[in-house]
Design a binder for this molecule. Structure first.
Ligand SMILES: [Zn+2]
Length: 1122
């Protein structure tokens, strides 16, 4: 497993900053930086309003004296000395256009060297689905020809001529072979650890996540059938004589259906609801008139336009798709009105699961339709392929969907339309997203000392949306229409179409994404930044030592420190490192190169944290290697016999922060922590875990921090550019909601290894740690999203801090983090010009360069609702809704949050039905929105919004924070896991089997399935799995001999075993966190955990099945329409 990652951001240009020596700055220990940015970021700090009047701070006159020759100092050769590029004009030679293809080769972008090419999973179009593809051909999105871009912006005719000399990529350092990993399991095992059992880390057996005994069904329903459902196989599709079908629409026939079932598994029994969980009266759905009236027979018959076999709420008018005939296995009526009555016995009056819109089919259709050709971004308003489709992107003027995905690529022209449709207008932005090896990372543009060219008024950066006029002497801003003089050094003639003749030689005139070198004006306090630092702070209290964490971390760091981020792989990283250990007190280490042995300095007064040593704390790894290694060898020994169980936490972060302040640099803290910080110190916490609050109006308090200390601390961290990553190793409640405040406010990450055991969790932890340390990131970042007149960014979601309404401040921003931005109208938009957005992220690179990364995106605007619906992306809408809901739980009762989600979606669909269901528009729209109900239901029944008895408060807080930074691909698989039937694996092919829907009835007893959701991988083994299959995978033909505790598959010498392990590795490589493998045998008790992820089924915490939820949505919609 290789976790290498090279800073993909322009690797080659990294030029070490000159003049870094120790701690030059005088201000050590100086006064605290006042909160907020005292005009440090000139360009960003304008008045809160979008438009800065007056002399632009960013537009300095000619390079005057003062400014150090920032950019000049480092010849950024990526554009080949003066070869053409954007430097100040040494434009002697005619712009040469280097070979277009200049491959940005090496793993620079590739997060892991050997990892198989970017998601081959989603590779080749499903062979077996050929038929389907044709049939669905008429259902593409965006079939209306997108209008050409506005003035000044047109798809470059020449395909993105690569401008510039080749990116000289260099081979990424490869991470040491895993063998280098600490093999010696640290002295653990002292405590008999409970076997991890749960998906997020494992509750102790004591808390039995899924008790076998069926607990009394909560208050919700009429008395529950304790008895297992009609035994036998039947019953699955929808369960047992259920009590209360969530929406009662479907009177479920307990009767036999055809699925498999087996002995009464607990899941088939009544849903288990924890005793103290007070569920809403109608689990899953708000009670109310609607539901009340629903208890009758299902609505379908009467609903015109909603025949039961239809695609959910939409498309009722849709004519039969030409040539579409029962394409998808098992989905006879997909996409068309039922040609014939469904097989389901009329008596049941429930939707046939095969007749409702299938995520799998939509995913496969998209692969077939859009996976073969590169997606070019030159056409405004074109929805990209789905995140599940593998495709190549060519930047022709708009940001790649890997950087920005929108909920709608055709925005309503005015707010009335927006309000009517209720479709959220948002963009999910991943500014430093890694790219696959065959795509070119953003070029770095250096305008020299004068810095980037910007609009005088709104400060938007030069981009393809600026229109040059008056022979090229001025340009008109596409965002605010203001006209700005072109500086003499940037002047260029226009061609007969009004385009600058150097258009395709300049990334900022022809591409959607690029970077600018920032000048000193863009630096905090107008000072070139120091290279950042990494500080490792290791809990050495009893639990942390006993579970092996301390030993593992120290051992790993010895090698990992050689792989710190760097821009030029041939040069050592500029990042300095420092080490602290702590329990109730803190130990700082002097690891200065000149020392023979490291020196420890203890700070026991944690009330007023300070750093006891200046010189020798932050060091260069190669210079101090011997001392550092000695320290890392000694730490586990020093604390091996500790009896100290108490820890502090606030002072730990303060210590790191103070050290960064002392060094006058930004940086990242890696905190390895094990317990609730109850020792007397600032930020001390108490155990407030109280599950009784779940389901009450006070539930929201569980997600809020218990003290305000950390909010204040987070603010200070942001000011300093101190990003905090937190690795938790808890054995009990640690209050993630509170401990997570600083990480989630500073762009950091939280990792959680509950009941950590070296033997089974080390691999996951080490892979996460390696990736986390090496991943490309920017420091001390601030992001601003500008928009064209008519809309503006009004709300932001993610891990960051905001001290005003426009600037998103990120102490750190790594390649995995997204920021979601919601837009609202403040005026009318025009169909002609569309709507523009520009995301600018100012950050310090790992070598200490100050840069601006720019992403531009133009979308269409429409006056017809049908156009809006046709160009929506459901996966992004769901990402937005999830983040919105997960944030809302901080302030509103969860029931209200759920209700409003359902409401808004019902309105979206009702509006579609009412306004767009005309024969002319039918057919296409459905593709975009028909999956809204199934995905929405997954969000509603997720652990944050509808917790089961097994889920801890910490896990909920953890997931809540995790989702807030997910990109669309991650949120998609998180809410709708991928389930692969391995018995269909073709070892000869590089493709993976077509996934099946997340429902138990799709599982065959004779099969073996792989399920992944970005956090976990399960291998489910059917009781009747073929012996050959088992032999190939496990090396035994006997089901009974499979060890359910294995966390990795045996490396057997047969093609199936090899291919399967490859698939698992490549699935892992696609995700930002390492997924531990769990083997689940059918009918084993662990199966209950697995079933939690079969999200189309009714869940045992009361979550509705997809079919039931769809019925409920129909009612809601009908209600709205009547
Ligand atoms: Zn402007």
């Amino acid at each position: 497993m290789n976790v290498n990652q090279q800073p993909h951001m322009a690797s080659p240009y990294g030029q070490p900053q000159p003049g870094y020596q120790g701690y030059p700055q005088p201000g050590y220990g100086g006064g605290h930086v006042p909160s907020g940015y005292p005009a440090q970021y000139a360009p960003y700090n304008g008045p809160g309003s979008a438009y800065q009047q007056g002399p632009p701070q960013g537009m300095r006159g000619p390079p005057t004296s003062g400014a150090p020759p920032v950019s000049g100092a480092q010849s950024y050769s990526q554009f080949g000395q003066g070869e053409t590029q954007n430097g100040p004009p040494p434009m002697g030679a005619p712009p040469q256009r280097p070979p277009v293809s200049q491959t940005y080769t090496p793993g620079a972008v590739n997060l892991s060297g050997p990892q198989p090419p970017f998601s081959q999973q989603f590779g080749a179009p499903p062979v077996s689905m050929q038929q389907m593809t044709n049939q669905m051909a008429s259902m593409q999105v965006g079939s209306t020809a997108p209008s050409p871009a506005g003035p000044g912006y047109a798809p470059p005719s020449v395909s993105q001529a690569a401008m510039s000399a080749p990116y000289t990529p260099a081979a990424p350092p490869s991470f040491p072979p895993t063998s280098a990993a600490p093999s010696q399991p640290p002295p653990t095992e002292a405590v008999a650890r409970p076997p991890p059992q749960s998906y997020y880390g494992a509750p102790p057996p004591a808390q039995q996540p899924f008790p076998n005994a069926v607990p009394p069904f909560s208050s919700t329903g009429p008395t529950q059938p304790q008895a297992p459902p009609p035994v036998s196989p039947q019953s699955f599709p929808q369960a047992p004589p259920v009590s209360q079908p969530p929406f009662s629409t479907a009177q479920v026939p307990p009767g036999p259906t055809q699925s498999y079932g087996g002995p009464p598994l607990a899941s088939q029994g009544p849903p288990m609801v924890q005793a103290n969980h007070v569920p809403p009266t109608q689990p899953g759905m708000p009670p109310g008139p609607i539901s009340a009236s629903m208890s009758g027979p299902p609505p379908q018959p009467g609903m015109q336009g909603y025949p039961p076999q239809q695609n959910g709420a939409f498309g009722q008018v849709r004519g039969p798709q030409p040539g579409y005939t029962g394409p998808y296995p098992g989905q006879p009526n997909y996409g068309a009105p039922p040609a014939a009555p469904a097989p389901a016995p009329p008596a049941t009056k429930r939707l046939d699961p095969d007749s409702v819109p299938s995520p799998i089919q939509v995913i496969e259709d998209d692969k077939a339709n859009k996976g073969s050709e590169p997606f070019t971004t030159g056409v405004r308003g074109q929805a990209p392929p789905l995140v599940t489709t593998k495709f190549q992107v060519k930047d022709q003027g708009n940001a790649s969907p890997r950087y920005i995905r929108c909920t709608a690529y055709n925005m309503p022209c005015n707010s009335d339309m927006a309000k009517q449709s209720q479709v959220p207008l948002a963009a999910v932005i991943k500014p430093l997203a890694p790219l696959p090896p065959d795509e070119t990372p953003p070029y770095l543009v250096d305008h020299g000392e004068s810095g980037p060219i910007r609009c005088n008024r709104c400060k938007a950066y030069m981009c393809p949306y600026m229109q040059f006029i008056e022979g090229g002497r001025r340009f008109q801003c596409g965002f605010c229409s203001c006209v700005t003089e072109v500086p003499p050094h940037y002047f260029q003639h226009l061609d007969h179409t009004g385009k600058r003749v150097d258009c395709y030689d300049r990334p900022e005139l022809s591409m959607g994404s690029y970077e600018f070198m920032a000048t000193v004006d863009y630096c905090k306090n107008n000072k070139i930044p120091q290279p950042p630092a990494f500080i490792f702070l290791i809990d050495v209290s009893y639990n942390a030592v006993k579970n092996g964490m301390v030993g593992i971390v120290c051992q790993e760091l010895k090698t990992l420190l050689d792989y710190l981020p760097r821009e030029n792989p041939d040069v050592e990283s500029n990042i300095r490192v420092g080490f602290v250990t702590y329990n109730k007190v803190l130990h700082f280490y002097n690891v200065k190169a000149s020392l023979a042995q490291p020196q420890m300095m203890v700070v026991s007064d944690v009330a007023d944290m300070f750093v006891p040593l200046l010189d020798g704390f932050l060091v260069n790894v190669s210079e101090s290697r011997v001392v550092i290694e000695s320290l890392l060898d000694q730490i586990p020994e020093m604390f091996a016999d500790t009896r100290e169980t108490e820890t502090v936490f606030g002072p730990v972060i303060q210590a790191g922060l103070e050290a960064l302040k002392a060094a006058d640099c930004a940086g990242k803290l890696f905190v390895f922590h094990s317990s609730l910080p109850i020792a007397e110190a600032p930020g001390k916490l108490k155990n407030r875990e109280d599950k009784k609050l779940v389901g009450t109006d006070k539930e929201k308090s569980l997600f809020q921090p218990q003290v305000s200390f950390y909010n204040t601390l987070a603010k200070e961290c942001v000011v300093q550019g101190c990003c905090v990553d937190l690795f938790l190793f808890p054995n009990q409640y640690v209050d993630v909601a509170t401990l997570g405040v600083v990480p989630t406010s500073t762009g950091g990450s939280i990792y959680k290894y509950t009941y950590f055991q070296a033997s089974s969790d080390q691999e996951r932890f080490l892979n996460d740690l390696r990736r986390d340390v090496q991943k490309p990131m920017g420091f001390d970042a601030v992001m601003r999203v500008r928009t064209s007149t008519g809309i503006r960014a009004t709300d932001f979601f993610g891990s960051f801090y905001m001290s005003n309404t426009t600037d998103v401040e990120l102490a750190g921003l790594d390649c995995d983090k997204t920021v979601t931005v919601e837009f609202r109208h403040d005026d009318k938009l025009s169909e002609e010009t569309g709507a523009l957005m520009q995301c600018a992220v100012l950050y310090t690179s790992c070598s200490g360069q100050r840069r601006l990364r720019i992403h531009n995106m133009a979308v269409n605007c429409c006056s017809q609702l049908a156009d809006l619906y046709r160009n929506c992306e459901t996966d992004t809408v769901i990402n937005f809704f999830a983040k919105y809901a997960y944030r809302s739980v901080l302030s509103s009762p969860i029931k209200n949050v759920r209700d409003s989600l359902v409401n808004q979606c019902a309105q979206i669909l009702a509006c579609y039905r009412k306004n767009c269901a005309s024969p002319s528009s039918a057919g296409q729209v459905t593709k975009c929105m028909k999956l809204l109900p199934v995905y929405l239901n997954c969000v509603l029944k997720s652990d944050v919004l509808q917790p089961g008895a097994d889920i801890s408060l910490d896990d909920r807080a953890y997931l809540r924070q995790l989702v807030s930074t997910m990109d669309v691909s991650e949120s998609h698989v998180f809410f709708y896991p991928r389930l692969l039937p391995l018995q269909k694996l073709d070892v000869e092919s590089i493709s993976v089997p077509v996934a099946v829907r997340d429902s138990e009835e799709r599982l065959s007893r004779g099969g073996v399935y792989l399920l992944e959701n970005g956090l976990n991988i399960f291998l489910w083994v059917g009781v009747n799995a073929q012996q050959e299959l088992l032999q190939n995978i496990f090396g035994t033909p006997a089901f009974g001999q499979i060890d359910p505790n294995m966390t990795s598959l045996p490396a057997l010498d047969n093609p199936f075993s090899k291919r399967l392990r490859e698939i698992i590795e490549s699935v892992r490589a696609q995700r930002s966190r390492y997924m531990k493998l769990m083997v689940v045998k059918q009918e084993d008790k662990l199966e209950l955990i697995f079933k939690h992820f079969l999200v189309e089924d009714k869940s045992n915490n009361g979550g509705a099945s997809y079919v039931d939820f769809l019925c409920h949505m129909h009612k809601e919609i009908r209600q709205l329409l009547s």
